[in-house]
Design a binder for this molecule. Structure first.
Ligand code: SF4
Length: 421
């Protein structure tokens, strides 16, 4: 591990692949919870946590954990005692920073039918150290929720938020989906107004993607579903951005907005620190079925096959299916690709530093801002002219420090980012 890696932040992602019922658009790795081997799964996860931690200690690369994120699936369908054991294993196996951001994804209507049950569950989450909840609200319109195949209603969201706040959770993300077939921009903005009533600390906004292999994908192929046209989708996106900025949210990443803190000029304290690891080329240990990780310069992905996952851990092996040591070019390319998702963009210094962290990097010794800029454009000499073309069209800002997308550039972000791949 190079000295550069030592400065990186490190997080843990744990995947819980169970949901009450599969949504009609869902292409995530998740199964119906009913009748699923949930206990066997958390037992296997505990083995994986111990194996991964032992490997890090053996290699001398174990480092404090700054964030934990339990995602899915629907982690809130897991029973409390298994979750609690799991978290204890994480904390015994790794050194977790006492101030670590600790997020749990929790879907509405899965936290308990009775208020008392829900309060007890939330209290148990607090005891585990969970200090951030991320709720998959998606819409506040019951017809659209039903169409999406979600199990909850708008009333469930209101009740859940009331109890979550009563229990003292003061860092909550709500997901909002737009461009649902049949939905207009005005409909999406009405959903947003209702979501704003809860004053969430963070809002993630995504347009619906129709994926092959999902019921919606089949409906689209059969001509039974009409996707919202791109132009309308982009117009709604920009209306959402404008409304959130007016409501006091910092638009810090293409799809993510954080409520501003006391100092409106400082970065919001409610930015997702865990997701920041992905955009900043920091490190994360992925645990669980299909989970991905990036540590010590290596990207890996666990098997997505549940039987294989159990078998590997029964045999005392990590359930890794793919592994790849990043080259210097991989590093800089990923740094630009993910960095451009941030509204502040990517600085040459950050990108070139990522390049130099890889073992096969050309040894360069940039010392000044000009050096970093020169190194950057040497590496991407072939992309320079096209990048300038985007800048001339007002889609990309190129200055002495680095690059960032303009508001209009976000609409074609994939084309711009692909210049650097
Ligand atoms: S709750 Fe999320 S992960 Fe589960 S089925 Fe629905 S979209 Fe997929």
């Amino acid at each position: 591990m190079t000295a550069g890696n030592m400065d990186k932040k490190r997080g843990i992602y744990i995947h819980m692949p169970f949901c009450v019922k599969k949504c009609r658009y869902c292409a995530f790795l998740s199964f119906d919870a009913e009748g699923s081997p949930r206990k066997e799964y958390t037992d296997a996860l505990e083995k994986e946590i111990k194996l991964r931690a032992a490997l890090e200690r053996e290699n001398g690369t174990d480092r404090p954990i700054d964030t934990i994120y339990i995602g899915g699936g629907t982690p809130s369908v897991m029973d409390i005692s298994s979750m609690s054991e799991l978290i204890k294993t994480v904390k015994r196996s790794f050194t977790v920073d006492p101030d670590a951001e600790f997020t749990l994804e929790a879907n509405p209507a899965t936290l308990g039918r009775k208020d008392g049950v829900m309060l007890a569950k939330l209290q148990a989450y607090k005891f585990m150290g969970i200090n951030r909840l991320s709720m998959g609200v998606q819409s506040m319109d019951n017809d659209r929720l039903h169409y999406l195949g979600r199990i909850h209603t708008a009333e469930n969201v209101s009740r859940d938020m009331d109890i979550i706040r009563r229990k003292g959770f003061d860092n909550v993300n709500l997901d909002l989906m737009f461009s649902i077939p049949g939905e207009t921009g005005d409909d999406a903005l009405r959903d947003l107004e209702e979501i704003l009533e809860f004053s969430p600390e963070h809002i993630s906004c995504y347009s619906l993607q129709i994926e092959e292999g999902t019921p919606f994908g089949e409906m689209a192929a059969a001509g039974e579903l009409t996707e919202v046209p791109d132009e309308e989708d982009r117009e709604t996106y920009h209306r959402i951005c404008r409304r959130l900025e007016a409501a006091g949210y910092e638009h810090y990443e293409i799809s993510n907005f954080a409520r501003k803190g006391d100092d409106p000029d400082a970065p919001s304290p409610y930015r997702s620190h865990h997701n920041g690891l992905y955009w900043n080329m920091d490190e994360y240990i992925g645990l669980g079925l299909g989970a991905s990780g990036f540590i010590n310069g290596v990207r890996y992905k666990n098997t997505s096959d549940l039987e294989e996952y159990f078998a590997a851990l029964d045999e005392g092996r990590l359930p890794v299916a793919e592994e790849h040591r990043n080259s210097a070019f991989d590093n800089i390319s990923e740094a630009v690709f993910t960095g451009l998702r941030r509204r502040e963009g990517i600085r040459y210094e950050e990108a070139v530093t990522a390049y130099m962290e890889a073992d096969d990097a050309e040894r360069m010794e940039p010392a000044s801002a000009d050096d970093f800029r020169e190194c950057f454009w040497d590496i991407f000499a072939e992309a320079r002219e096209e990048a300038r073309g985007y800048a001339d069209r007002g889609l990309l800002i190129i200055d002495n420090e680095g690059l960032k997308l303009t508001e209009q550039g976000v609409d074609i972000s994939n084309s711009i980012m692909s210049l650097f791949v």
